[in-house]
Write a protein that binds this ligand. Structure first.
Ligand SMILES: NC(=O)c1ccc[n+]([C@@H]2O[C@H](COP(=O)([O-])OP(=O)(O)OC[C@H]3O[C@@H](n4cnc5c(N)ncnc54)[C@H](OP(=O)(O)O)[C@@H]3O)[C@@H](O)[C@H]2O)c1
Length: 248
């Protein structure tokens, strides 16, 4: 599937990977709708994509706000047309510094699940039916190695990403044959605000640049038809000149 002419909705697109991916798919000719809570920041990115000849719109919303979902998806569809690709990229770590589970408030666990799992679930529920009626569409879940590895202090975030991974597989199984596909992507460690908040002492020179990861994610989106729906792809920073190694 080429991204040219496709309507792509990306959450968490005001900075980091989401911003880079919006710029990448906008540059490949997609009509892109960018969502984040900070309306000014996300509109600045959309404006810059337009200034470079792309088609982009921004919507300010919290993905965990259940009252916003119909407004946002309806507006996005009115602006860009029926959504072909939905990228669930927005995410929260919870309070930083990260805490051991014994020190994690239940409300913080709830918030991690609200943003990282329930929000994406709700948005997919609203958009996947229309994708199925049109016979095609792709939903991308941005995951993390914390979904697989039991890193101490990453409990709320890691458990939410593990749940998101499993949703990827179950959505794929249930919508098999409809043309609606699902893809999980672990982007690997990137030089973003989220990484800096979680690991302020990390050596930033060892982290992947969001723009490089965004290129790899956009390639994966364009080649999604080649892999099984529900697959999880891990991208990891590498010393190779290409910048990224890929493991499926
Ligand atoms: N950075 C890494 O090393 C790393 C590693 C593995 C996986 N990941 C995953 O990669 C994705 C992108 O991470 P990143 O590092 O680019 O993060 P980031 O730099 O912190 O950017 C997060 C984006 O999500 C938005 N956002 C956060 N909470 C939101 C909410 N409730 N509703 C709507 N938008 C929200 C933020 O904008 P507002 O604050 O304005 O809402 C921002 O645009 C995430 O899913 C993350 O879990 C990152």
């Amino acid at each position: 599937m080429t991204l040219r002419g496709r309507a792509v909705l990306i959450t968490g697109a005001s900075r980091g990977l989401g911003e880079a991916l919006a710029r990448e798919v906008g540059g490949r000719g997609a009509r892109v709708v960018l969502v984040a809570r900070d309306g000014a920041a996300v509109e600045a990115v959309a404006q810059d994509i337009r200034a470079h000849g792309g088609e982009a719109w921004s919507i300010a919303a919290d993905v965990a706000d259940k009252d916003a979902v119909h407004r946002v998806t309806g507006l996005a569809t009115a602006l860009a047309g029926p959504i072909d690709v939905l990228v669930h990229n927005a995410s929260t770590l919870g309070p930083v510094p990260l805490s051991l589970l014994l020190d994690t408030d239940c409300e913080d666990l709830e918030r991690a699940f609200a943003v990282n799992v329930v929000g994406p679930f709700r948005w997919t529920k609203v958009l996947a039916g229309s994708m199925a009626l049109r016979g095609g569409g792709l939903v991308v879940h941005v995951s993390s190695d914390a979904a697989v590895e039991a890193y101490p202090t990453w409990g709320a975030y890691g458990a939410s990403k593990a749940a998101l991974d499993h949703l990827t597989r179950i959505w794929a199984a249930e919508l098999e044959g409809t043309g609606v596909r699902f893809l999980g992507v672990d982007p690997g460690e990137m030089d973003t605000r989220m990484h800096a908040e979680a690991m302020p002492d990390a050596d930033r020179s060892k982290l992947a640049r969001p723009a490089d990861v965004a290129r790899a994610v956009a390639d994966r989106i364009e080649r999604a038809g080649e892999s099984q729906s529900g697959a999880r792809v891990a991208l990891s920073a590498s010393a190779e000149p290409s910048g990224l190694a890929v493991a499926s």
